[in-house]
Design a protein. Structure first.
Length: 98
């Protein structure tokens, strides 16, 4: 494993654990704002990944960019569905009434 790849893997793992810790500490009253922020960041990731995928470079970055587009699109759609459910009065809780 190269040094750069090892550092990138370490930073990704650290960011994942930090993100999970931050999300666990969010009070229920801020779930809607958190969902909106995640949806906005996912939309930004889709925009950047589309630009990277269309650059026509090497194969691996293009595949990773396509995967980022798919994951970001899922985040955007999920945020919209959750926001719609919150606005209808479902409360955003699992098993809430639609």
């Amino acid at each position: 494993m190269t040094g750069g790849l090892l550092i990138s893997l370490y930073l990704f793992t650290l960011a994942a654990f930090l993100g999970l810790d931050v999300i666990r500490k969010v009070p229920p009253t801020l779930y809607g704002a958190l969902a909106a922020a995640i949806g906005a960041s996912a939309a930004l990731a889709v925009t950047i990944a589309l630009a990277a995928a269309s650059s026509g470079g090497k194969t691996v970055p293009t595949i990773l960019s396509a995967a980022a587009v798919a994951a970001g699109t899922c985040g955007v759609v999920g945020g919209l569905v959750r926001g719609k459910r919150l606005l209808r009065g479902g409360g955003g809780k699992p098993g809430g009434h639609p």
